[in-house]
Write a protein that binds this ligand. Structure first.
Ligand code: ZN
Length: 361
């Protein structure tokens, strides 16, 4: 089925994307600026950070990956908008992933600005966590999914990736669905869009006709929807609902956290829904034809853009956890799938943040 394409608006960003360089700092209009922040060692290459200027208030959305180079780019971008770091009054992340929230802790120290996240957001780790225990449970989860013992070390999260998660800023503010982001002269409404992460939020700036979509809706790639611990019980079901929620209109300009700006939220949401439904259908076909016994077995029979054999380490982990989310979703739709998956569980403050592993069946 061919669906109507989206309309590109971030022309300079798309060109930079194709040329594999960092896009320029851009004044989008009104008091809104786009400032790219490098995402080192990742194919996404950069996070698009957005600066929103109100009456004396200045809020930064998705400050990006924590690095000295990132800090330099942010500082230069703010300067282009006529601001210094100490002029920031608020820092907001669409979700907790380090390429979004990463720089918030450092920026807060310099500026004194508040840090905000969605009220449903669940960071993967909290300060003081026993990293050895976390890694141990994580490996058990991967084993349950059928990751072979000789690939475990490669696929599993490393100590250093955990350290990035440990150093993330704890929010000063939690933003609920429908609330307005604090800031004089700003009109930014929060829409809770779980799926890519448990408490992902998008922001709607109606006066400027802009939607800040974080990683919920990107123009080119389909956001990673994974079964995670801790995390959503059925992330794909939540993702579909969140796509419906944000696709309330089609003409506003979408400002994503990666790639480039575009128009056509309804068109893109429809594409993403179809993409994921096609994937679920493929999982069903694999179950039918290969009778796989584990999530890993399903994953290796699915089609991957560069082939299963090309997937390694981080990308292999994403592939397996994404496959697990399809298994949970299909089961919730009444399909009888006899493949063990981890029982998802949200982290609750005050309780051990790593739940006991178990299988649904
Ligand atoms: Zn991201």
């Amino acid at each position: 089925m061919s669906l109507p394409p989206i309309t590109l608006t971030g022309h300079a960003q798309k060109e930079a994307w194709q040329n594999k360089v960092l896009p320029p700092v851009e004044h989008i209009g009104g008091g809104v600026w786009s400032i790219p922040v490098p995402f080192p060692g990742n194919p996404m290459r950069y996070t698009l950070s957005y600066l929103l200027l109100g009456d004396g208030d200045a809020v930064l959305v998705d400050p990006g990956w924590d690095s000295d180079a990132g800090m330099d780019h942010l500082t230069a971008g703010l300067r282009q908008a006529g601001l210094g770091l100490t002029d920031l009054t608020g820092i907001l992340a669409t979700h907790f992933h380090p390429d979004h929230l990463g720089m918030a802790a450092r920026l807060r120290t310099v500026s004194g600005a508040w840090v905000a996240l969605g009220d449903k957001e669940v960071p993967r780790l909290s300060a003081g966590e026993d990293l050895d225990l976390v890694l141990h449970m994580h490996r058990e989860e991967l084993t349950l999914w059928g990751v072979p013992a000789d690939r475990l070390a490669e696929v599993a999260m490393s100590q250093s990736s955990l350290t990035h998660l440990l150093n993330l800023a704890d929010p000063d503010l939690r933003l609920t669905d429908g609330s307005l982001v604090p800031g004089k002269g700003l009109n930014l409404q929060v829409v809770t869009t779980p799926g890519h992460s448990p408490g992902h939020i998008c922001l709607v700036d109606e006066p400027h006709g802009l939607i800040f979509s974080g990683d919920h809706v990107l123009p080119r790639i389909s956001p990673h929807i994974a079964l995670e611990l801790p995390g959503l019980a059925n992330p794909l079901a939540d993702y579909y609902q969140s796509l419906d929620l944000i696709a309330f209109e089609d003409q506003m300009e979408v400002c994503p956290a990666h790639e480039y700006r575009f128009r056509g939220m309804q068109r893109r949401a429809a594409q993403l829904t179809v993409h994921n439904r096609d994937r679920s259908a493929e999982v069903l076909r694999v179950l039918d034809s290969h009778r796989p016994g584990t999530v890993w077995d399903i994953a290796r029979h699915l089609t991957w853009s560069r082939g299963w054999a090309s997937l390694q380490a981080f990308s292999l982990r994403l592939a397996v956890s994404e496959t697990a989310s399809h298994v949970v979703y299909l089961r919730s739709q009444g399909h009888d799938i006899d493949v063990p998956v981890t029982e998802p569980c949200l982290w609750v403050p005050g309780y051990p943040s790593i739940p006991i592993l178990g299988t649904l069946r």
